[in-house]
Design a protein around this ligand. Structure first.
Ligand SMILES: [Zn+2]
Length: 294
């Protein structure tokens, strides 16, 4: 054994790898990846394997790992080898990702990009909120002590989170959009929720992330989801798009060039209030209003 896997040459580009070059992969929009993955898989089938897989009668939940076991029976390499090879080739693609937050003007992302968690900048914002919002007047004498004693100060330092599907974020993590940074929520506590909700507008930023900025482990995890979902749709035919809870943790800033848009959800679910829906008072920001005026 020379240690090489049975995919002809994992790590070196194969002709089919080129289908991913500069491709924008958006989980929810299967047209962006389903056909490309079918092309990519073309040389991996056992003789007649593709047709046999399509005829399988399988009644499995969308996220059941048995979809991959079903695929494995009809391809030559192991599924783990396919996942490894796909993770390498996906580095050429861009992943459509989303970042939920709360800002006064989303134009800042189009001008400056998104920044990693920086406790110094967040401390400054905490001071600003406490100074400007009379709801937090009682915190003014003690805000410096709160900052000095904040034991979770470094909880997310240097990290930036984006996700591949905004639906789970809107359904289960609405607090990032309702109250903003989790860091601020932790520092200021429940009593600040009303003030945090007055600051800025709930915003979902859209980013076409060069996928090689994510770790190989993250790409492998996504490759697993993609192969499983491809198999399910190939067997079941046209079907719903499942909401995928998938985060990418970056340790770098995101420059403005890859920020492709933003939106402001009109309604959010509050996870601290049994997912009660809350309507956004004004789902616009100066950037949207300015763009609408042209
Ligand atoms: Zn806006």
């Amino acid at each position: 054994m020379n240690g090489k896997s049975d995919l002809s040459d994992v790590g070196a580009p194969t002709p089919s790898a080129e289908v991913w070059r500069a491709r924008r992969v958006h989980w929810q929009d299967r047209a962006t990846w389903f056909g490309a993955l079918e092309t990519w898989l073309e040389r991996q089938w056992r003789p007649g394997g593709k047709a046999r897989l399509q005829k399988r009668k399988l009644d499995l939940c969308w996220d059941d790992s048995h979809w991959l076991k079903a695929l494995e029976r009809h391809v030559q390499p192991s599924v783990e080898t396919l996942i490894e090879g796909l993770a390498v080739d996906l580095a050429k693609a861009k992943l459509r990702t989303f970042h939920g937050c709360r800002v006064p003007d989303a134009g800042v992302f189009h001008r400056e990009g998104l920044r990693r968690n920086d406790p110094t900048a967040l401390e400054a914002l905490a001071r600003q909120l406490v100074t400007e919002d009379d709801d937090l007047a009682w915190m003014r004498p003690k805000i410096e002590a709160m900052i000095a004693e904040f034991d979770k100060r470094e909880r997310d330092t240097g990290r930036l989170y984006v996700c591949a599907d905004e639906r789970p974020q809107l359904d289960h993590s609405g607090h990032y959009l309702l109250f903003g940074s989790e860091w601020l929520q932790c520092l200021l506590g429940w009593e600040a929720h009303r003030a945090l909700k007055r600051y800025g507008t709930p915003t979902v930023v859209e980013v076409d992330l060069p996928f090689d900025w994510a770790s190989e482990g993250t790409r492998r995890e996504f490759a697993r989801h993609l192969l499983r979902e491809w198999t399910r749709v190939f067997v079941m035919g046209e079907t719903f798009s499942p909401a995928l809870d998938f985060s990418v943790i970056l340790r770098r800033d995101i420059p403005a060039e890859v920020v492709v848009g933003h939106s402001h959800p009109k309604v959010l679910k509050n996870p601290f209030m049994q997912y009660l829906t809350e309507r956004t008072a004004d789902p616009t920001c100066p950037h949207c209003v300015g763009s609408a005026k042209g």
